[in-house]
Write a protein that binds this ligand. Structure first.
Ligand code: EPZ
Length: 442
């Protein structure tokens, strides 16, 4: 990725086919789960994205042997020699990802202690980890926060506990699952997140021998077991990437077949895509998304936890909404800082205004707290190429979509961030007929 500056010539409808593989928000967690087993785990449908590389290095530092499996996209993780990692080597991963915090439970079970460096991930809000730490303490872990990271100890076997999350956090639910499965006794987690990626992680853990039940009221009950074995698991597809390509088709007036897309994971998105005026054709092999011609329809939308409209679907959809005829309202209720990327769309010619109030629906946690978390988008707007710096993963991909839909050329800097969650996105763009090329950084 020489210099990570991408030149995009806009104005071409993207047409063709691409394949989406395993979910960025499941695979690294399934890799962490492998640490809990006594025998190797075999994970399939693994995408070649930076986050998988980072987690491979991290688990290797803790003694897990990571090797390619027999089929393409397969990884074998052998946890038989898990050991304390060198703190300096782990600290070198500070700021690289948010996954390290999920190593707490597995490492406490395997070695009695854990060191977790400062977390990275997209800057889309404060992203505290208080729910994680409260849960770990309730299991009996001792948590020492120091300037370089978290030092945790389990003076005795962690024990099951009763927990209620203040908000159905994906990461905190995963933290509890990865800790409860080998804890002594029963854990009951109320107000848990139930995203499909969490259900897929539960499937991995059940294959490993865990006893987990998911109740209708967001309660998860885990009966701890003494030992887990390795599992073979094919990851669910990346429904966030699918939505990104769907919105690319819509915003560029294109027609894209996403092989590997699975309807059941994204019904809410599919309803919204249709409501805006996009067409879909769902098959067993994937989903075709296209712009049927004519004007797009504006709408009012609120992001939410599953089964609501995902916060990660919001950014690509907003680009498409700049092309709808009329006023759309988007209320972001999951992360307080996830609309900053719209400044760049305005620079490109979009008419978007941010508001601190909760617009268009139910009041949310951010209503009285001075966060610009509602957007009013008036369209259709002609977009023009611009020189942009990519801020985060999903916002960054939305810049790519906007640049493809715009008149003229754009230069996008810091494109490496997109590698974190989109496998071979440049190859996929080229395959759809996009006019993109690397240019040397100035
Ligand atoms: C996961 O982040 C995903 N990341 C995010 O995807 C996704 O947007 C998010 O879930 C929501 O679906 C990964 O899976 C690696 P949360 P996570 O805990 O787990 C608050 C992408 O682009 N909260 O559900 O960090 C938090 O601040 C990424 O792929 C606390 O207050 O999200 C937020 O407002 C970005 N305290 C809300 O809960 C805590 O201890 C939801 O966050 C934990 C969370």
């Amino acid at each position: 990725m020489a210099g990570e500056v991408l030149r995009v010539q806009g104005g071409t409808p993207l047409v063709g086919e691409l394949t989406v593989r395993g979910a960025k928000n499941l695979v690294p967690k399934a890799m962490v789960a492998a640490l809990l087993g006594t025998t190797p785990s075999r994970l399939r449908n693994i995408p070649d994205i930076a986050d998988v590389g980072i987690v491979s290095e991290l688990v290797e530092l803790h003694g897990v042997r990571v090797t390619p499996g027999d089929e393409p996209g397969e990884l074998v993780l052998d946890p038989s020699a898990v050991e304390d990692a060198d703190v300096v080597a782990v600290a070198a991963h500070a700021g690289s990802s948010r996954i390290p915090v999920l190593l707490c439970g597995p490492l406490l079970h395997r070695t009695g202690r854990a060191f977790i460096p400062d977390l990275g991930g997209c800057r889309i809000g404060d992203r505290p980890i208080d729910f994680h730490l409260d849960a770990l303490r309730a299991f009996g872990a001792v948590v020492d926060k120091r300037p370089d990271g978290l030092y945790l100890k389990a003076p005795e076997r962690l024990r099951g506990t009763l927990l209620t999350l203040p908000y159905p956090s994906v990461g905190a639910t995963e933290q509890v699952l990865l800790t409860a499965v080998l804890a002594d006794g029963v854990t009951e987690l109320r107000n848990a997140a139930v995203e499909p990626e969490i259900v897929d992680l539960i499937a991995v853990l059940q294959k490993m021998g865990a006893n987990i039940s998911l109740h209708t009221d967001r309660t998860i009950r885990v009966v701890g077991v003494d030992e887990l074995r390795g599992a073979t698991h094919r990851s669910m597809p990346d429904r966030l990437e699918v939505a990104s390509w769907a919105c690319t088709a819509l915003a560029t007036q294109g027609d894209v077949f996403v092989r590997g897309a699975r309807q059941v994971d994204m019904m809410t998105f599919l309803n919204v895509f249709r409501a805006v005026g996009g067409e879909i054709d769902i098959t067993d092999d994937g989903i075709r998304f296209w712009h049927p011609g004519g004007p797009l329809t504006p709408l009012h939308l609120e992001t939410d936890v599953h089964p609501g409209f995902m916060t990660d679907w919001q950014q690509p959809l907003v680009v498409a909404l700049t092309q709808a005829s009329g006023v759309s309202i988007v209320h972001e209720t999951v992360f307080e800082g996830r609309l900053g990327y719209t400044d760049a769309l305005v620079q490109m010619g979009a008419t978007i205004q941010l508001f601190r109030e909760c617009l268009g629906g139910q009041p949310c946690r951010y209503g009285q707290r001075n966060y610009a978390h509602s957007a009013v988008i008036a369209g259709p707007s002609k977009l023009y190429g611009a020189d942009l710096e990519i801020p985060d993963l999903r916002g960054g991909f939305s810049y790519v979509i906007a640049a493809l839909a715009a008149q003229g050329h754009s230069t996008l800097r810091n494109v490496g961030i997109i590698k974190r969650g989109y496998e071979d996105f440049l190859g996929k763009l080229a395959g759809l007929g996009a006019d993109v090329e690397w240019v040397p950084a100035s």
